[in-house]
Design a protein. Structure first.
Length: 276
């Protein structure tokens, strides 16, 4: 497993294949393994990278630095260090937000964006997750979260909340893997710490892509309980994606719930952008 040194913080990632680059970014509470189906399929034609954001998976969990700006800077430095140009950025939730923020600053370096359940202030605000994030931002939960370990039963409920009807029929081993990741030590540190900075994502609710901006594909699960799919539809009105996909029986983890559709959308976005 290769690692990227981000100012003394080890960032784990997977790399496979060769060709035009595709870079995958996970959601808050997730890790790079949510993209295994997509990276395995696309490595046959592309150079694929999947990162563990610091605080997640096999990356380091520093005591501080959990801000939107710091994550965007980490993404920019990773791309620069690996000489990636004309890259397709694929994100879920927070990973989508980071992808869009990076592309706003570096549109010339991005071929296409595939944004699964993009996190913004508006898509988060009306949900129970949004209420929890606002509560976490007002009290020093991040100082305790590093010492708290989520019990297996509670971790299972967290995962179930992320899934739509289609996802709840996934294999027991896949579900257990997701549940076990949530119950890992220090897993709550990064989500609790980043909660106070999530209002800064309001800039994405007002963002309108300018001429020459990379083409956008959005993918939403209609049964998403983590973010608001209705707010996502309003976001589409300003982002004006070239393709907007809604998966009626999926929730927040569309790449696991309907993997072939998501893989096909990424492949299509990359090829369409190249043709354009």
């Amino acid at each position: 497993m290769p690692e990227f040194d981000y100012h003394g913080v080890s960032v784990a990632y997977d790399h496979a294949g060769s060709g035009d680059p595709i870079l995958f970014l996970h959601n808050i509470g997730g890790d790079r393994r949510i993209w295994e189906h997509q990276t395995r399929a696309l490595a046959a034609t592309n150079s694929v990278y999947a990162l563990d954001l610091f605080g997640y998976g096999d990356s380091d969990s520093p005591t501080g630095g959990y801000t939107v700006e710091n994550y965007v800077r980490m993404l920019a430095e990773f791309i620069e260090a690996h000489g990636l140009t004309d890259v397709t950025l694929v994100g879920n939730c927070f990973g989508s937000a980071l992808s869009l923020l990076y592309a706003r600053r570096n549109p010339q370096n991005v071929r296409a964006l595939v944004l699964c359940s993009p996190l913004t202030a508006a898509t988060l605000r009306p949900t129970p997750t949004g209420w929890t994030a606002r509560a976490a931002a007002t009290i020093p939960l991040h100082s305790l979260a590093g010492a708290i370990r989520l019990p297996g039963l509670a971790a299972g409920l967290v995962v179930r909340e992320q899934l739509g009807p289609r996802g709840r029929g996934m294999s027991a081993s896949t579900f257990a893997g997701l549940r076990d990741r949530w119950s890992e030590p220090r897993r709550l540190l990064a989500p609790a710490a980043i909660a106070r900075d999530l209002p800064s994502l309001a800039v994405l609710d007002d963002f309108r892509p300018f001429p020459g901006f990379p083409p956008i594909t959005t993918i939403w699960g209609a049964k998403n309980h983590i973010l608001s799919a209705a707010a996502g539809a309003r976001l589409n009105a300003t982002l004006r994606p070239t393709r907007a996909i809604e998966l009626p029986d999926c929730g927040h983890l569309v790449m696991l719930e309907e993997p072939e559709t998501v893989t096909g959308a990424i492949r299509s976005a990359t090829r369409t952008a190249l043709a354009g």
